[in-house]
Design a protein around this ligand. Sequence first.
Ligand SMILES: Nc1ncnc2c1ncn2[C@@H]1O[C@H](COP(=O)(O)OP(=O)(O)O)[C@@H](O)[C@H]1O
Ligand SMILES: [Mg+2]
Length: 229
Amino acid sequence: MADNFKDNAELQSINLFAVQEAYKTIRTNVTLSIIKEGCKTIVVTSSLPSEGKTTTSLNLSISLAQAYKKVLLIDCDLRKSKMHKVLGIPNVPGLTNVISGLETLENSARETKYSGLHVLTAGIQVPNPSEVLSSEAMFALLEEMKASYDYIILDTPPLNIVADALPLSRVADGTLIVVKQNQTTHIDLSKAIESLEFVGGKIAGIILNGVETTDNRYYKYKYRLKAYQ
Ligand SMILES: Nc1ncnc2c1ncn2[C@@H]1O[C@H](COP(=O)(O)OP(=O)(O)O)[C@@H](O)[C@H]1O
Ligand SMILES: [Mg+2]
């Protein structure tokens, strides 16, 4: 039992190291791309649930913050919000509280243990997530936040299930699509890309998120940059 625990702990530290190293590469590529295009707001999305959107948006945000950038990570998955659970912080007040005007951004954007990274959790559950995310108040908030942060990373629900991410992609400077290795099909991805292109979302790149099974198990991320047209 004790040995198992030790093995798991070792595996975890290998995983974390691999994840952070991989994200440094992603960060370099994303940073180059967004600096070139003046991107500040980046939507992280994917076609289906559990492909790694929340994991990717958090790790990307941490990496950017570690590069001495001021980053605001927003949990825009108002239906199955998870960022607060991953970070072990309360969900309220969060985005929906700020949008409704009942809370200020200053009170709601929480500092994290990562210097430079603030997190705005999803907030109190609302009956109309898509309306909230496509509201003028939401867009105004994003504009307002641009003055205070270098990057605003938006974690969103899956594109092929709900349309919540689309209005955000339309106004964001770039959208990153997460693809899960051995899980996301070509049809799934094509459908997601079609939806994004339909609303004029700029696809900044595709992140391949997968687990290497032949060698040591470790997180594997690849980033493929698609030039803005
Ligand atoms: N590369 C990976 N290898 C193993 N587990 C992963 C990987 N990426 C994500 N996960 C795990 O898969 C689950 C779903 O990931 P999550 O980021 O919440 O997906 P999504 O936000 O797309 O629904 C989580 O438990 C997460 O820890
Ligand atoms: Mg998620």
